[in-house]
Design a protein around this ligand. Structure first.
Ligand code: MN
Length: 547
């Protein structure tokens, strides 16, 4: 019997390991700090435009050099983790070294994507717009080639979308980009050509004109189209994606859910335990952990299937960001918001169950058997797939309205906690001691729960910020209660708890911590410090979400 149990545990272990790998591959970006964009084609596949030797030197030496030097410069200036596009958009704040290397890193990352090993034709929208703004496609090409030829010295030629949504050709010197805030009459680049000698000299020598002409054989027009579409869609915030999700309607379905049910505190606790299982349960069976992976996977497939145009793979567009469901121009994945909210999970489940009840089918119920829970979760997604139009019905469903509200509320309270912790720490230990880096949408934040950095005596530690309500000592352990579900807290050095009412911050080291739902138990040696904030501190206000 014991043998059998051991074997099952081993098997479960293997399953989860495999799942972990799949998960990591899917989610975890190999990029650290400002990352290197991988080439999606071989260096010899663009021969009709450029030789493999030039490609290799260009990519491995020049481009990687920009990224390396940029990271070095950012480190030296203590800028920490920043997002490349944001650096480019606010370039006037940075010094010349950062300007050149951020530009170089960004321009080339774009450039690699703008090239295609297969011959492509301009796609629908861009092609229509080109004809409208330039008269014809040959006219546009002529203009692009002329501007490229006129660039004296090193630089780039670009096709950009202007503020008025028209297209124009422009050129920038050195490694400048039209997105840079101090570039006059800039715009949003959707196509660009590197005019530095290092890009063509080996093959073309001084025949720059031939190089420019050959460029048209390798343009990745589907990428250009994607960039253009992304720019066209109005800038809307993430809450709107959910609103859009809600507005998707199919009024032909007569029987629809008319009101969103409420979740009881017991329900919420159950869902929290499912998504953030205790250390003890994970030790008992890795199937507890598998639940979260299946949950994320299920939502991924569901949302991706419903909104393919909002889906961004990890190699697309947002350099250094995670795969997920994105608004145009927005850096935070909706998927990530949704999958870390057990309250949202609870609301959607209640409504799915309401439907099952109305149609005389057994409700989805979770219990103590992790294997059975996985089966139930599977049923949840199958059911949801079948009634998605009902759940998303504009006139009749309140499900996603509730979910939207919950996500905005959670988001606000998360920001309030971060804000309060930072202000209390800096008031006590000096401005700049604690720095919030959450909310950037970067993989460091999303995947590792990397909320903040704390620098004491020149030593920088990473931390996760959480609320707490109570502190007691039991069996030589400090018990912190009333917090929120633990997520990947072992990947950071510190857990920073904040009570915004009492204005207290408690800091602990993360090693050897035991968790149970929303409770953390620390060995006394993990206690780093207690800080009290003054009454003058004002924190972000979330009262509008309290109704
Ligand atoms: Mn170059």
């Amino acid at each position: 019997m014991k043998n059998l149990v051991n074997r099952i545990e081993k098997l479960e272990d293997e399953i989860v390991k495999k799942e972990n790998k799949k998960h990591e591959k899917f989610f975890i970006n190999e990029m650290k700090k400002i990352g290197i964009e991988k080439l999606t084609y071989s260096q010899s596949s663009l021969k009709r435009f450029i030789d493999p030797e030039t490609m290799s030197v260009h990519y491995n030496k020049h481009y990687k050099g920009y990224v390396e030097k940029l990271n070095l410069a950012l480190e030296k200036e203590k800028f920490g983790d920043l997002d490349l596009e944001n650096i480019v958009r606010s370039i006037s704040k940075f010094n010349k070294i950062i300007r050149n290397n951020a530009g170089g890193a960004y321009n080339h990352a774009l450039f690699w994507k703008m090239l295609s090993p297969t011959v492509q034709k301009p796609k629908e929208l861009v092609s229509q717009r080109i004809i409208k703004d330039f008269g014809s496609f040959p006219e546009f090409k002529k203009k692009f080639n002329e501007v490229a030829k006129e660039r004296f010295g090193s630089g780039w030629v670009w096709l950009v979308v202007t503020k008025n949504n028209t297209l124009k050709v422009m050129s920038t010197p050195n490694q400048d980009n039209p997105l840079m805030n101090d570039v006059e009459n800039g715009g949003y680049p959707i196509l660009g050509l590197d005019l530095w000698e290092h890009a063509y000299y080996l093959k073309y020598k001084n025949r720059k004109e031939d190089y420019i002409k050959k460029f048209w054989d390798v343009v990745n027009w589907s990428f250009v189209e994607k960039l253009y579409k992304m720019k066209l869609e109005t800038k809307i915030n993430e809450g709107t994606v959910i609103t859009q999700l809600m507005l998707e309607s199919d009024t032909t379905i007569a029987e629809a859910i008319t009101s969103s049910t409420k979740c009881s505190p017991e329900d919420e606790k159950m869902f929290r335990d499912l998504l953030f299982p205790s250390t003890q349960n994970i030790v008992k069976s890795n199937l507890y952990r598998k639940f979260k992976f299946e949950y994320v996977d299920g939502w991924t497939k569901f949302l991706k299937g419903m909104y393919p145009e909002n889906w961004r793979g990890k190699d697309e567009l947002f350099i250094g960001h995670l795969a997920g469901l994105y608004e145009p121009d927005n850096k935070r994945s909706l998927l990530n918001n949704l999958t870390s909210s057990y309250t949202a999970f609870c609301v959607i489940h209640s409504d799915v169950n309401l439907y099952l009840e109305k149609t005389n089918q057994p409700k989805i119920e979770y219990g103590d058997n992790p294997e059975e829970n996985l089966k139930q979760l599977n049923r949840f997604f199958t059911t949801m797939e079948g009634i998605k139009n009902r759940l998303f019905n504009k006139e009749t469903s309140n499900t996603f309205k509730s979910v939207n509200k919950i996500l905005m509320r959670t988001d606000c309270f998360g920001k309030r906690n971060e804000d309060a912790a930072m202000k209390i720490i800096n008031e006590n230990l000096g401005e700049g001691t604690c720095e919030i880096i959450a909310g950037t949408g970067l993989s460091t934040d999303m995947q590792q729960g990397f909320d903040a950095k704390m620098t004491i005596n020149n030593e920088t530690k990473t931390g996760q910020i959480k609320p707490f309500k109570s502190e007691t000592i039991e069996n030589n352990l400090i018990k912190i209660g009333g917090s929120s579900g633990a997520k990947d807290y072992k990947k950071v050095d510190l857990l920073i708890f904040v009570d915004t009412k009492q204005r207290i911050v408690r800091v602990f080291k993360t090693n050897d911590v035991l968790t149970k739902g929303n409770e953390f138990n620390f060995p006394i040696v993990n206690d780093v410090m207690t800080l009290q904030g003054s009454k003058d501190l004002e924190f972000i206000n979330c009262s509008e979400y309290l109704s």
